[in-house]
Design a binder for this molecule. Structure first.
Ligand SMILES: C[S@@+](CC[C@H](N)C(=O)[O-])C[C@H]1O[C@@H](n2cnc3c(N)ncnc32)[C@H](O)[C@@H]1O
Length: 278
């Protein structure tokens, strides 16, 4: 593991995940032994817009029961469980952070989805899979931790079948100036790999991908944060929410991210790529 990857793992592993999430589940009055994927949505979709943003991206894709899906940087497994529940297909998630993979695996067991979804510890830049063994790769808010976008796209292209799709939803550097830290994906600039949409397009193109669509989701992001803020002000922090994943500096992280989005420096951007026919 590289020095940068080690820093990323330390960042995400700093929170004692599973006990916090299970306590939140009980506080929300849900039976922690018998969960549904939907009941976890407030906490297990660790990206701007949560489950709605996931649905927005999935609605742009063609997925059925036979689609072999790889979720890159699968976190605690929310997007992977959503895809498997929605389409009854098999999903493999990989993530660099062992504590996230363990939590994803345990929550998936409690949702009764272990026959459809599995998780492995791996780096997006060295995927432990044979060539052409997936039809679709998804990646939600992960590239901001991966400096080598060229290898990320080349590896994804390698494991995709001809004409396979790669759907990306990352925070990107869309304007001038640098955001203040901490941010949800890094306490300091040292372990952030925020990049411009052009960097993504160019890495994708070098790997042979064709860009089918690109959407700046800034407006959706600001509406999402306003809603979360309004709920928290009215009722206090919900038992289940992304705050459980972000540790003691959650307030600063969210404040810095919202300020940078408002200032036009960063925005969540959705990109859909298609691999070549051969
Ligand atoms: C903000 S979380 C998003 C998790 C998940 N995609 C979601 O939307 O719920 C970023 C995740 O990317 C993972 N990650 C960062 N760098 C990675 C890499 N090089 N390879 C695989 N996973 C990585 C982290 O461990 C973390 O779980």
């Amino acid at each position: 593991m590289s020095f940068k990857e080690d820093g990323v793992v330390r960042h995400y592993a700093s929170v004692d995940l599973l006990p916090r999430i299970l306590a939140g589940i009980e506080q929300a009055g849900i039976d922690p032994e018998s969960l549904t994927s939907d009941q976890l949505k407030a906490v297990d979709e660790f990206h701007i817009g949560g489950a709605e943003a996931t649905a927005h991206l999935l609605d742009k894709l063609t997925i059925d029961q036979r689609t072999r899906v790889l979720d890159i940087g699968s976190g605690i497994g929310g997007p992977a469980r959503t895809i498997a529940s929605r389409y009854r297909c098999e999903v493999t998630g990989i993530d660099l952070t062992p504590a996230y993979v363990d939590t994803a695996t345990e929550l998936t067991r409690r949702c009764g989805l272990s026959d459809k979804v599995r998780f492995d510890v791996a780096s997006a830049t060295a995927l432990p899979f044979a060539s052409a063994c997936f039809d679709l790769a998804t990646m939600f808010h992960v590239g901001m931790n991966i400096p080598d976008k060229t290898t990320l796209f080349a590896e994804t292209r390698r494991v995709l079948s001809p004409k396979g799709m790669f759907a990306v939803y990352d925070v990107m550097h869309v304007g001038q100036g640098d955001p203040a830290y901490p941010l949800p994906w890094s306490e300091t600039p040292e372990f952030s790999a925020l990049a411009t949409p052009e960097t993504y397009r160019s890495a994708a193109s070098s790997a042979g991908f064709e860009l089918l669509g690109e959407t700046d989701r800034r407006g959706v992001a600001l509406a999402f944060f306003e809603r979360v803020q309004a709920q928290a002000s009215a009722n206090g922090p919900a038992p289940l929410g992304l705050h459980l994943l972000m540790g003691p500096t959650v307030g600063e992280k969210v404040k810095n991210m919202v300020s940078a989005i408002k200032a036009g420096m960063i925005a969540p951007v959705q990109m859909i790529f298609k691999a070549p026919a051969s």
